[in-house]
Design a protein around this ligand. Structure first.
Ligand code: ATP
Ligand code: MG
Length: 573
């Protein structure tokens, strides 16, 4: 295992997933409530930038923000942090709302956009200039960067730092009016070029950028920077606890500085937590966008993507994702969570809810020689072994069946309990059959058919004379089965940390998708609806594809195998 902290160990545990790990943000809020701070209110927000689809890392933030509001009887807003016109798109706005709702959270009437605050943000900027807390700098970006210094060297004051407020104000108004080219001037906060915190070395608050904004159109040619817009947006919405990821810790003094200078309605408390990192995947919108743009996946909702849209299409449930977020907890220490923890929790959830059905992915023809042509036996198959109340269904049995190619070996290894010539197995829910002979393709030598007999005294699967039969196979009746396409998905990356190296795309798992087009599924699945979840007995959990599955073309995605096959490869328990 590469750089992982002790959090990764949680992935190998098999304790109950419902156990919630510590959440220090909730502890802070609890303490604030106990001490009567912030008027006893809890008001959080989830503030995505609409420049990509949400991923499972965002789910952690959503569960944290909406979860805290629910837990403490407060409110949580959804706010689009849309101050960067070049990367934002209404498609992302729609997908984000859809995903937050799907995850099970409701912002009610509190849907906000930072871009709705452009007028207010601008007015506050004028106030900063008037009180000599901000100035227009007319240097180039390069000059500003060169003067900024670094961790070891203090910055130098800009020659424009002490230009009169009135001059800055006039220039700022002309910036807004569109009189200057992009980059000709910027508005900077006047804080301290010698501060040990680089974020306080007169950060840029506004830049000129002639770009069409998906909401404000061409109204603006100057746009506020994130650090300036974010804290004011929080304050305007009456946020009490502004929760963000650790990389903003060094920005907190700037967050506080801005709010301290301005007559904003309140001063929220910024709290930073460790973002979610997950093994065998990447959680960065930039990288996910690259996968989409380079067509390495089939769009943002490709079932291999760690996006909420991808996970949903793969068959993940919102319950499993929420349970996972509870289980990993919220701390201040960065680490990597083992993806097998997510998969384990998913299996638990699917085991409880998915109906059992039979499907044969790689069919091998079986002819029951002593079963009359045209006859049908209907056997009772349980829908869920642990939940008898979910009832049963009838599955048809006839002279020609399909079993899995893998369930037959001409030359079986030791301890082979499945089918081989001369052996007897149980067909799940049906009866015992014995293989008497095999038929091969004369050209290829491939086994194309098994000639078998059934024991009519073994209906239900037990022999009347008490003889023991160990192997149980799934099967479908050829005459009744429906054709289906099954897409076997696996982890998108074969490397535990795909971010470790020059290009994460090199670690894409070449076997992350295989498509089987000649599958046979029991007739019952002909009425399945897009999104329906099943356990294909002995094979794993599958869902009817949300986009392409239809009555005339059945398409199932493998959500996950029944057991962690990766654990075996890694030599893990
Ligand atoms: P990315 O790094 O993927 O581009 P981002 O932080 O730029 O993500 P935002 O749209 O700004 O994306 O994220 C919205 C909220 O979700 C922010 O509060 C951010 O801190 C949080 N968030 C983003 N990624 C994660 C993560 N991996 N774990 C927890 N929270 C996250
Ligand atoms: Mg961000």
């Amino acid at each position: 295992m590469s750089a992982v902290d002790d959090k990764s160990k949680t992935g190998d545990e098999t304790s109950a997933p419902s156990i919630a790990a510590p959440n220090f943000v909730n502890e802070i809020i609890e303490e604030d409530l106990r001490a009567g701070r912030r008027g006893g209110q809890v008001h959080t927000r989830f503030p995505p930038e609409p420049n990509g689809y949400l991923h499972i890392g965002h789910a952690k933030s959503i569960c944290l923000n909406f979860g805290a509001a629910t837990k403490f009887g407060g409110l949580c807003n959804l706010r689009f942090d849309d101050t960067n016109p070049t990367t934002e798109d209404p498609e992302y706005v729609a997908s984000i709302q859809n995903d937050v709702r799907w995850l099970g959270f409701d912002w009610q009437d509190r849907l906000f956009y930072a871009s709705d605050y452009f007028d207010k943000l601008y007015a506050y900027a004028e106030q900063l200039i008037e009180s000599d807390k901000a100035y227009v700098d007319s240097q180039t970006q390069e000059q500003i960067a060169a003067e900024r210094g670094d961790f070891y060297r203090p910055g130098q004051d800009s020659p424009f730092r002490n230009r009169p407020s009135a001059e800055s104000l006039a220039l700022f108004r002309r910036m807004r009016a569109g009189e200057f080219d992009d980059g000709a001037h910027v508005l900077r906060a006047k804080i301290d070029m010698r501060s040990g915190n680089l974020n306080l070395r007169d950060p840029v608050l506004y830049r000129i950028k002639r770009a069409h904004h998906y909401r404000s159109g061409d109204t603006w040619c100057i746009y506020p920077m994130y650090d300036y817009a974010h804290c004011i947006s929080d304050a305007l919405e009456g946020i009490t606890h502004s929760v963000c990821t650790l990389e903003f810790e060094d920005h907190r003094p700037l967050y506080d500085w801005c709010l301290d200078q301005l007559p904003v309605p309140c001063h929220p408390q910024q709290i930073e937590f460790a973002r979610l990192n997950l093994s065998y995947t990447v959680l960065s919108k930039r990288k996910l966008l690259q996968l989409v743009d380079d067509k390495l996946v089939d769009g943002w909702d490709d079932p291999r993507m760690p996006t909420l849209a991808g996970l949903r299409r793969r068959g993940y449930t919102p319950e499993a994702i929420r349970a996972f977020c509870e289980r990993i907890g919220v701390s201040k220490r960065d680490g990597v969570v083992d993806v097998s923890l997510l998969e384990y929790i998913l299996r638990e959830d699917l085991n409880a809810r998915a109906a059992r059905v039979m499907a044969v992915l790689r069919p091998l023809r079986v002819v029951i020689e002593n079963f009359p042509e045209g006859a049908i036996e209907w056997f009772d198959a349980q829908n869920h072994p642990e939940h008898p109340e979910q009832g049963s269904r009838k599955v048809p049995f006839s002279r020609v069946l399909y079993i899995e190619q893998d369930d037959f070996r001409e030359e079986p290894p030791k301890k082979w309990f499945r089918l081989t010539r001369g052996a007897e197995v149980r067909l799940r829910y049906a009866c015992l059959i014995r293989c008497n002979d095999i038929v091969k393709d004369p050209q290829t030598g491939e086994v194309t058919e098994l000639r078998c007999t059934w024991d009519p005294q073994s209906r239900g699967g037990t022999a009347s004379d008490g003889r023991k039969v160990k192997g149980t196979l799934h099967w479908v009746s050829a005459a009744h089965a429906r054709d289906a396409e099954v897409r076997l998905y696996d982890r998108l990356f074969s490397q535990e940390n795909p971010n470790d190296g020059d290009d994460f795309r090199r670690f894409i798992n070449p076997a992350s998708l295989s498509v089987l087009r000649e599958c046979k599924v029991e007739p019952h699945l002909g009425t399945s609806q897009p999104g329906d979840l099943f356990q294909f007995e002995r094979l794993g959990y599958f869902c009817a594809d949300a986009s392409e599955h239809q009555a005339s073309k059945l398409i199932f995605n493998r959500t996950i195998e029944l057991r962690d096959s990766w654990a075996k490869i890694d030599g893990k328990p």
